[in-house]
Write a protein that binds this ligand. Structure first.
Ligand code: ACM
Length: 636
């Protein structure tokens, strides 16, 4: 067992703006010897603002969520003794227990570094909030399907969980499809029997190919067996996944779920884009974890992974002609250019996907009918890229002249520098070659409105092009990026701010609306195709209840499982606007979500709620049924 020699306990005393209250940080020596600590570093999403007063320490640095303070020179702590640091103003009011120091690291007077046990922020005062409610739910039909099908008429149920086999003369492609869904089921539920056997006798499945919409399928149940009708491999696979789910329900909870004996399921998805985003920058998810997440998406009949590969905290995609990006930009910690952020700041943390990893992940996704849309987040959120390639900065820009909302100084690629475009050309060309997807997501979010305003080259560009301010500079860059992507045969996808500062050509441009629900309609009216992913409903890092003890953030409010399920992505759209809403997407941001247990608590059942809204007509939705069925969905 790894031993800690120190514990850091953090308490929050609330107050109104402008100070937002104070932090009391108590550092206790839990070792059996006297220690002389010199510097304490921690990472906290509630940051220390510029000029804040601190007692018991002196601020040395702030970089994103990373803070380091010097302790008074003579500090010496005997076994069991404590030192108190008080931070008298905060960047904003923390709302939940993970908003304080997430991890901490102590440097001793002799230069050695020590990990420090920390984690929960305590609240001084009452907590009137609630914890997550995920009721047991109830089903009115004994069918374990999620997402629920569009049309369903089951007239008789079997007494047993049948063995499903292919009908005689099933062709090799369909045999392979059966085996493929069995393999998916085996990976997700290794403790259960596989759904389809290729030997022996059982209920036969007959495959029928008939022209119908892509992704649609029909299952006819009769005493002679099951007929699966579809016109595309994805429609067929969705039908098989539905059968595997129904069987899984009957195997895991036979008192509530049965297998149809007679009747019909006629199904087609509501939206063509049924997506989830995954942030692998704040927390690096291994190749195996990403592949399991793809399996989970497939089980939900979701079909898009927006893979958030780059951000301030890490560049995760190997670009062979720019090895510095991953050599420097994919690791953070005490001995690296990028300091630690979020979890485990006392040690090196890193990881990236090699081109071989990406090919493996993309091919696994394709086999599950999932399109992987890479996201290279530019021009903001670029700290890792700028740390790896310092020549991308304007050398005459004032350092620390702006900070992003996450506290990163001067973190945006400069639209006025020729080297920015050379960099983008290389990165986008190599990314486009790796990912077969039609779409390439280029971010565009959260560029601070003071960005580049102290860069002499950006000022020259504004004068020569008649541009005014940061957002017009960003739109100038995005228009060039759109041209590059078109010449690479890709469609530009970005966050909703791509529409700001004059925006870009809306034709064949897909924007993901995240800031608030009203943005969905505004973008459609501006001519863009839109994916609805408002933080208020679909960001899985938002807390699921108001209570202090709930993990997660709440800048976009509380997204309870029920409100996430009930959210209407098309609310207020006219019939003529509806076709521009291409789908919906979950956002899995990982400042808080840094291990599987947190992932499972935060993402489920809300990912399943997004999956059902993406697939099922609104008229078929039922919160009670969903609450019961979502418990049977696989987790990471
Ligand atoms: C975002 O949440 N910054 C897209």
């Amino acid at each position: 067992m790894t031993q800690y020699n120190f514990q850091l306990d953090a308490r929050y005393s609330p107050a109104e703006a402008p100070t937002f209250g104070k932090f009391n940080l108590t550092l206790t020596n839990i070792s059996n010897r006297t220690i002389r600590p010199a510097r304490l570093a921690w990472s906290a999403l509630t940051r220390i603002p510029k000029g804040a007063s601190i007692s018991g320490a002196t601020l040395l640095s702030r970089f994103g969520n990373f803070h380091e303070v010097a302790l008074p020179g003579a500090t010496e702590l005997g076994p069991g003794e404590s030192h108190l640091i008080t931070v008298h103003s905060l960047s904003h009011a923390p709302k939940h227990r993970l908003d304080g120091p997430k991890s901490a690291c102590l440097t001793l007077a002799n230069g050695s570094t020590q990990r420090v046990l920390t984690g929960d922020l305590a609240l001084d005062g009452p907590d009137s909030g609630e914890l997550r409610i995920w009721p047991a739910g109830a089903v009115t039909q004994p069918l374990a399907m999620l997402p629920w099908p569009r049309e369903l008429e089951i007239t008789a149920w079997r007494e047993d969980c049948p063995i499903l086999v292919p009908a005689p003369d099933t062709n090799a492609k369909n045999l392979a499809a059966l085996a493929h869904v069995s393999a998916l089921s085996r990976r997700l539920f290794p403790e259960r029997p596989i759904p389809f056997r290729l030997d022996g006798t059982g209920v036969p499945i007959t495959f029928v190919h008939e022209i119908r919409a892509p992704d649609a399928y029909t299952l006819d149940f009769s005493p002679n067996g099951i007929t699966l009708t579809s016109s595309t491999p994805s429609g067929r696979d969705y039908g098989l996944t539905a059968l595997a789910q129904i069987l899984h329900g009957c195997q895991t909870d036979g008192s509530r779920f049965s297998f149809p004996a007679e009747g019909r399921i006629n199904d087609i998805p509501r939206f063509s884009w049924r997506g989830s985003h995954l942030d692998v920058s704040r927390h690096f998810w291994t190749r195996e974890e990403v592949m399991r997440f793809l399996d989970i998406l497939a089980w939900h009949r979701m079909n898009i992974l927006q893979w958030h590969l780059t951000d301030d905290e890490g560049w995760r995609l190997e670009i062979p002609s720019l090895p510095q990006l991953t050599q420097t930009g994919a690791v953070r910690g005490p001995a690296h250019v990028l300091p630690g952020q979020h979890n485990d700041i006392w040690r090196s943390r890193g990881g990236y996907y090699s081109t071989a990893d990406v090919r493996r992940i993309v091919s696994h996704a394709a086999s599950l009918n999932i399109d992987v849309v890479p996201e290279i987040d530019v021009p903001g959120h670029a700290t890792a890229a700028l740390a790896a390639l310092p020549h991308l900065r304007d050398p005459d820009e004032t350092t620390d002249s702006y900070r992003s909302i996450q506290g990163y100084p001067n973190n945006a690629l400069n639209p006025a520098l020729p080297q920015t475009y050379a960099f983008l050309e290389t990165v986008l060309t190599e990314t486009a070659a790796l990912f077969p997807s039609r779409w390439l997501h280029v971010g565009g979010d959260e560029v601070d409105h003071r960005s580049w305003l102290s860069s002499p080259r950006a000022i020259e560009l504004m004068e020569s092009e008649g541009l005014s301010g940061t957002m017009e500079l960003q739109a100038h860059l995005m228009r060039r990026v759109q041209k590059m992507l078109r010449s690479l045969g890709k469609t530009l996808t970005g966050w909703d701010e791509v529409s700001e500062g004059g925006g870009i050509e809306p034709f064949d441009t897909l924007l993901v609306a995240w800031q608030k629900p009203a943005v969905i309609r505004r973008l459609i009216q501006a001519g863009y195709d839109v994916i609805a992913s408002p933080g208020q409903a679909y960001y899985m890092d938002m807390v699921q209840a108001s209570g202090w003890m709930e993990p997660g953030a709440s800048w976009a409010g509380v997204s309870t499982p029920e409100s996430c399920y009930a959210y209407l992505p098309d609310e207020g759209l006219t019939a003529s606007e509806m076709p521009s809403l291409k789908g919906i997407q979950a956002g899995i941001w990982c400042e808080h979500i840094h291990d599987r247990a947190l992932f499972n608590h935060m993402v489920f059942p809300r990912l399943s709620a997004v999956a059902e809204t993406a697939w099922s007509p609104q008229s078929t939705k039922d919160w009670n049924r969903f609450a019961a069925l979502a418990r049977h969905m696989p987790q990471l």
